[in-house]
Design a protein around this ligand. Structure first.
Ligand code: NDP
Length: 249
């Protein structure tokens, strides 16, 4: 459970998995600040739905997680609005897939910039109030691709593996200050993106998953909510794969 009134920042919370996370944290009693980059309509729809469902605040902040200026504005805004940051979910992410021989430098840079630098900037900004409060929960969204790699996604795999090493290091730095940092690594999740895959490809993917199905975004959100809650204070530096058993060893 999350103590009522805690403040959660969810990057990329306007749609997809981030939207499910924002909903879940609000349902647990957190006020939520959602950061998104471009899709105003999706963000407004998410915020409206959360406000309608829960008697809590949900505020929107538009900006790029990889821009130091935008991240500063985001956390200044959250401070003005709520006066605290208790939970940070670094969920904003992007892909620019191609095989290594064809991958363009800008596609490598853009994926590392959003997925890894964005996580660094938001973590650093959130840690200051968390250290002052001697309480905090950071949950970073990686991917099973960061654990086992994927042909055509070397940039994405590097960024998501980077998130895991980054999280472990931060977890060690702040472990004695009441702050935890963990990773959730989803496998294939039912989202707009995976919904567009041809049925044949979806069937091939299902065959690789011991549970024989994709995850629902809500199942990822459940794990995030647990790690963000009061009960998870002794769990830090861990990576939890929500992947139907794909990467079990
Ligand atoms: P979506 O593409 O559905 O949503 C991405 C979200 O991130 C949107 O809210 C988008 O805002 C925001 N965003 C993207 N780039 C930036 C940026 N530079 N600054 C601020 N916000 C940004 O993603 P998913 O829900 O599919 O994925 C969420 C996370 O889960 C990602 O980190 C992804 O790598 C990871 N993941 C997803 C899996 C899947 O199967 N879908 C599997 C494993 C991991 P806007 O729409 O306004 O641009």
């Amino acid at each position: 459970m999350i103590e009522r009134g805690r403040v959660a920042v969810v990057t990329g919370g306007s749609r997809g998995i981030g939207r499910a996370i924002a909903f879940r944290l609000a349902a647990e009693g957190a006020n939520v600040a959602i950061c998104y980059r471009s899709d105003d309509a999706a963000a407004e729809e998410t915020a409206r739905a959360i406000r309608d469902a829960e008697d809590l605040q949900c505020e929107l902040f538009k900006g790029d997680v990889a821009s130091p200026e935008d991240v500063k504005a985001l956390f200044n805004g959250v401070h003005e609005m709520f006066g605290r940051v208790d939970i940070l979910v670094n969920n904003a992410g992007t892909t620019r897939d191609n095989i290594m021989l064809r991958m363009k430098e800008q596609d490598f840079d853009e994926v590392l910039r959003t997925n890894l630098k964005g996580t660094y900037l938001c973590t650093q900004a959130a840690l200051r109030p968390m250290v002052r409060a001697r309480w905090g929960r950071i949950v970073n969204i990686s991917s099973v691709v960061g654990l086992v790699g994927n042909a055509g996604q070397a940039n994405y795999a590097a960024s998501k593996a980077g998130v895991i090493g980054f999280t472990k290091s931060v977890a060690r730095e702040v472990a004695q200050r009441g702050i935890t940092a963990n990773v959730v690594a989803p496998g294939y999740v039912e989202t707009e993106l995976t919904g567009k895959l041809p049925d044949k490809v979806k069937d091939q993917i299902r065959q690789q998953v011991p549970t024989g199905r994709f995850a629902e975004a809500e199942e990822v959100a459940d794990a995030v909510a647990f790690l963000a809650g009061e009960a998870a204070g002794y769990i830090t530096g861990q990576t939890i794969a929500i992947d139907g058993g794909m990467t079990m060893q």
